[in-house]
Design a binder for this molecule. Structure first.
Ligand code: ZN
Length: 130
């Protein structure tokens, strides 16, 4: 493991194979912000989405990690966080550590779904299966 300094100054510990990927130097907090930024940028196409479907999201059968929106990509040997919304798949970065990917996904979810649902008078349900 290598000690890496995030742009914000935070120290994170990463596996050696992650050093070439810019995503990997991010600390947990910045990974979350990064994901939230992408979510905000993508928020333009939320109109017409099925609100009730979002509020009642559950992991899909294809999910292998146990965490919603996080999967392991064998090709890169990394965890990826993504979110499918209105037929579009958004990626929120790739991470050496599973928990970083989960965090990024949750932050994106909070921004992306939370604000949208709030505008429509709903709350994002915590997933009881996680
Ligand atoms: Zn940071």
């Amino acid at each position: 493991m290598w000690e890496c300094r995030c742009e914000c100054g935070a120290i994170t510990y990463k596996a050696t194979d992650t050093l070439t990927n810019p995503d990997m130097s991010m600390c947990n907090e910045c990974a979350g912000k990064y994901a939230a930024d992408i979510a905000r940028q993508s928020a333009g196409f939320v109109g017409g989405t099925q609100i009730t479907k979002i509020a009642d999201m559950k992991p899909t059968a294809a999910n292998t990690s146990g965490a919603r929106g996080v999967y392991f990509e064998k090709r890169s040997n990394k965890w990826r966080a993504r979110l499918t919304f209105k037929g579009k798949i958004m990626s929120f970065g790739s991470f050496a550590r599973f928990e970083d990917a989960v965090f990024a996904r949750k932050e994106a979810e909070k921004i992306y779904f939370g604000e949208f649902l709030e505008e429509n008078g709903l709350e994002l349900k915590e997933n009881v299966e996680e």
